[in-house]
Design a protein around this ligand. Structure first.
Ligand code: F7E
Length: 333
């Protein structure tokens, strides 16, 4: 591995799942990591990056953060990233997820001029942009058909990134990442909701689980593998856009099977469907083709779907055991 000590990275959304894994990866590579987060978050502080408070809905502090962080690479991971919630908060989502990316791009362009050095920009684009898919598997050449306010905002940010590359010659890239999960995944996303519930049901802490559409299919990978693809995109000779995916697709039902079977439970006894958890428009099936990333970046996923779900269930079982002990001791958490 090349010695990279001395490089500086700025990560927006550093307190999210991907921000945490990316911080660890970059620190291992000798980067000095700086990050923007909207409020105090547990976990990431322990990793030791330099933190700044900021919200992409308010871009006024970005210039001064850039001047302090002096980044060589910028990773824009911040977003209102929950698809279902984006139907309730469409304008906020457009502002943070769409225009927020433009605010970071513009701050990067201006800082690049001030600093007189190249600053590389990574945009967290999403497979949700393919939405009502026109072909399967989806690749870099598949047209977009977004199906939610979140996906529309991501399409806007995608094209702004391409335009900054083409208009200003910036090293600006889009990683079109398919769903990626881990024990650090937010509890409102379906895999984590399932693994947490399975573990709590196993220990008698919960009796049932309410879910929406069980037939939806996703290409689920491990977040730890996917942040490595982000970094590789910024080390590539040319700025370009890449799909990052496993090439396999599973249903929510398959995820239930994998999680509950790992704990010797039959999910059918505990799961109820709740139509209020359905989305006004659903993305039925996603499966990515990451050939371009494999051939050009030498990237490939290492963790299978089955191993990923087991890893998440085992982690949530530890948390549930801790919850049970606290309950038995009648101590506040
Ligand atoms: O839903 C179905 C739901 O919320 C997956 C984000 O990171 O990945 C994520 O977006 C599927 C959908 O992820 C529940 O209808 C059923 O079909 O885990 P999710 P997502 O919407 O695919 C992409 C790549 C992103 O960019 C996003 O930021 O599961 N589903 N029942 C449910 N989903 C949730 N959340 N909760 C349920 O109860």
């Amino acid at each position: 591995m090349t010695e990279l000590t001395g490089k500086r990275a700025l990560i927006t959304g550093i307190s999210g799942q991907d921000g945490w894994y990316l911080t660890e990866l970059l620190q291992q590579k000798g980067y000095e990591v700086h990050g923007i987060l909207p409020s105090r978050a547990p976990g990431i502080g322990e990793a030791g990056p330099q933190l700044y408070y900021g919200d992409l809905a308010d871009g006024t502090t970005l210039d001064s953060v850039f001047d302090q962080a002096q980044p060589d690479e910028v990773y824009n991971l911040a977003a209102q990233s929950h698809v279902r919630l984006s139907f309730d908060l469409p304008i906020y989502t457009a502002d943070v997820t769409g225009v927020g990316a433009l605010r970071v791009l513009e701050a990067t362009r201006k800082f690049q001029d001030r600093a007189g050095k190249q600053v590389k920009f990574y945009q967290a684009s999403s497979s949700e942009m393919f939405g009502k898919v026109v072909e399967t598997p989806q690749s870099e050449t598949t047209p977009f058909h977004p199906r939610s306010p979140y996906a529309c905002a991501k399409v806007y940010a995608f094209w702004q990134t391409v335009n900054y590359r083409e208009s200003y010659g910036m090293f600006a890239v889009n990683g079109i990442l398919f769903n990626h999960e881990s024990p650090r995944r937010g509890e409102a996303f379906v895999t984590r909701k399932i693994t947490k519930a399975a573990a709590r049901i196993k220990l008698g802490l919960q009796k049932s689980l309410q879910l929406g559409n069980l037939e939806a299919r996703r290409d689920w990978g491990f977040a730890g593998d996917y942040v490595d693809a982000m970094w590789r995109m910024l080390q590539h000779d040319e700025p370009d856009d890449f799909v990052v995916a496993t090439g396999e697709t599973y249903s929510v039902r398959d995820c239930l099977d994998a999680a509950f079977t790992h704990l010797d439970l039959d999910w059918q006894k505990f799961v109820q469907t709740d139509t209020s958890l359905y989305r006004p428009a659903e993305v039925d099936l996603l499966r990515g083709d990451a050939t371009k990333a494999r051939e050009n970046l030498g990237w490939e996923p290492k963790v299978s779907f089955a191993r990923l779900i087991r890893m998440m269930v085992d982690h949530d079982l530890d948390l549930a055991r801790r919850e049970l002990r606290l309950q038995d001791m009648d101590l506040p958490e």
